[in-house]
Design a protein. Sequence first.
Length: 247
Amino acid sequence: MNRGTQTIFLSVYMLLAAASVSHADQVLFSTSYESPTYSEGPLSGQDGWESSFGIDPMVTSVRSRTGAQGLEVRKTSSLDPFGLTYRTIADATPWSKFSVQHSIYLTGTEGLQGSHLSPLALIGENGFVGQIAIRNGLSADLFTNGVGGSVPIQTGVWIDLRLVLDFQTQTQEGFVNGVSIGSVVFDNPATRLIQVEIFHIIGTDDKPFYLDDLSVTAFVPEPATLGLSALGAMAPLLVRRRNRPDR
């Protein structure tokens, strides 16, 4: 092996080493609604959250999955049929795949007349992308224009809900307690995540539910993938070098 080829192999090795060191999924937003960032009371107005319509989650110490505080959502009056609270997500990364997770604790059936609530509703630049919705307090459904997967759920326990968005394929996969419930296409085409929403459509049951541990994470390609890309880019140089007579 001559000096030029050694230099090329050294360059590839350095690229692989750099890829291994720099690999880390990037957390864009994460909260368990703890003090001092959050204080007990309405969620809107705290840490970038905004509220529309009549129901605003309350930061509370009544129940939490981790830490000392969580969110409580309940019907405040018969005049409040719908509640929506949202937070803008700052997405400055070049990656195209994201995971969004939120945990929910149900204390009642949340109505038996088609009502539903969503601790996870995601918005892109063209509007609604998709959600995991709790329907009638009996099932967790992956939902866009239709139900893409559904599993029964329980009250009185914390349930982990997660959506994985792939902006290259325009699809999302839903997970309940780590188990996939299916994959569906986006409701509207999108190239980036704009907002995370919490909303509640009231049915006949006004018992509260609780939320905690929200996270939005961008997936960074694995080092092996980056390394293969580097090798692919360097391969033509190696071929040319090997075919060139040494001096």
